[in-house]
Write a protein that binds this ligand. Structure first.
Ligand code: URA
Length: 435
């Protein structure tokens, strides 16, 4: 087999076999196929697409390129959840203890943030003492004992995807539906869960800008999961503004705790209950989404979801007192208000711009090795649909006193807000479910 023939075949719109896709993935992963040939192939895929069978075969070739996590020693149906990436997305911090309190075992690997998006592992590390590394034995024991563990991604999960993703990032081939679908699903399959719930974001802050694109991506991922024997459901949600009010690690932990106390923002609570209900159904604990939702609402109301969060934090070395004393979380030096320059109604908030502003404050990484500051970030005062008067607060910036770029960042946050003198009602948060 030769890479050039497979590029030619795809360029002409023909279908590749499983062994041809394996040859490409393995050859690239092992350094036998150079970047320029793989880049040509991904561009051919960008224009010609992949069939459902090719997408499934590419996914499995990438899932098999590194370690496969064996969750076999964990009792029950393990249900994983994955978000396609957003701003202010702290759902895992809420969902993991919430569904664990309902009886679904959560054995989860999460990632760090890069660029304008945050990562669950960074948020958990904002809790003093929290350890994101556990041995396989302790990971298994913890899930069997308390029902939940969340750790950082091991170094050798889907190395082919890591390499291919970095190549796609610099060759304008990220936003291809079959390539995103195979990238996400290869990681989920290698991580070993029996069932998967996907949170597909749509809007200005997401890869998928329209509902049609988001639905096509969701369909592709659900089809891959189903084809490889993992029950999969996808919830499509709006990312035309950040989720909740807080952006930044410690600030998001605080908002997650408020949500577990039943005092969280409506959009965040609603998304968690919807994703969680699908996890409970796929986990076999309830037959319908409405029954599952009722169970989760009860776990929020009776305090057991919050207690599970504390148990989970304690088990991984963190200070669970943060749940009652948020002042124990890292704190910024200064709080600065960003005010509206004119009155009106907020019609849109550019989530990507706010994510970038939070990153520049120090909450995220511009490069893989950058050190982050857990205390800094942004808390929105207004969301889409809210009325605002001139001079009223749009957002509060939590910053370090010595950040020289703060003035520029404040301007950027102000520009992220679109304000109109016409009334405006926000669209729905939950757009579609694909099963
Ligand atoms: N997230 C992923 O894991 N992979 C992609 O290709 C895009 C988003």
């Amino acid at each position: 087999m030769r890479a050039v023939d497979l590029i030619y075949k795809k360029r002409n719109g023909s279908e590749l076999s499983a062994s041809e896709l394996n040859y490409l993935v393995q050859g690239y992963c092992q350094g036998e196929i150079p970047d320029y040939q793989m880049a040509a192939w991904t561009m051919a895929v960008f224009f010609k697409g992949l069939s459902a069978a090719e997408t499934a075969d590419l996914t499995m070739a990438m899932a098999n390129s590194g370690d496969q996590v064996d969750l076999g020693k964990i009792q029950g149906i393990k249900v994983d959840k994955h978000s396609t990436g957003g701003v202010g997305d702290k759902t895992t911090l809420i969902l993991a203890p919430l569904v664990a309190a309902a009886g679904v075992p959560v054995a989860k690997m999460s990632g760090r943030g890069l660029g304008h998006t945050g990562g669950t592992i960074d948020k958990l590390e904002a809790i003093p003492g929290f350890q994101i590394e556990l041995t396989q034995e302790n990971f298994t024991r913890q899930v069997n004992e308390i029902g939940v563990a969340v750790i950082g991604q091991s170094g050798n999960i889907t190395p082919a995807d890591k390499k291919l993703y970095a190549l796609r990032d610099v060759t304008a081939t990220v936003d291809s539906i079959p390539l995103i679908a195979s990238s996400v699903m290869s990681k989920k399959i290698a991580a070993g869960a029996d069932a998967i719930v996907l949170d597909v974001k749509m809007g200005s802050g997401a890869f998928m800008k329209t509902l049609d694109e988001a639905e096509a991506l969701a369909q592709a991922m659900v089809e891959i999961g189903t084809n490889v024997g993992r029950r999969t459901a996808a919830v499509i949600s709006d990312m035309n503004q950040p989720l909740g009010y807080a952006i930044g690690n410690a600030l998001e932990v605080n908002e997650a705790i408020l949500t577990l106390q039943g005092k969280g923002p409506h959009d965040l609570t609603e998304l968690c209950l919807t994703l969680g209900a699908h996890m409970v159904v796929l986990g076999g604990l309830r037959a319908s989404e409405s029954e599952a939702r009722g169970l989760l609402e009860q776990k929020l109301r009776d305090g057991s979801a919050l207690r599970k969060f504390q148990q989970f934090i304690t088990a991984q070395g963190g200070n669970a007192k943060v749940a009652e004393h948020p002042e124990l979380l890292p704190k910024a030096d200064v709080l600065i208000e960003v005010n509206a320059s004119a009155p009106g109604t907020v019609t849109a908030i550019d989530a990507e711009q706010l994510g970038l502003a939070a990153m520049q404050l120090g909450a995220g990484r511009a490069t893989k090795d950058a050190v982050i500051d857990y205390s800094v970030g942004i808390v929105l005062s207004k969301k889409v649909g809210d009325r605002v008067e001139a001079g009223e607060s749009l957002a509060v910036v939590h910053a370090r006193a010595n950040n020289n770029g703060t003035d520029e960042i404040l301007k950027q946050i102000q520009n992220a807000y679109h304000i109109s003198d016409q009334p405006y009602s926000p669209g729905p948060l939950l757009l579609s479910i694909v099963t």
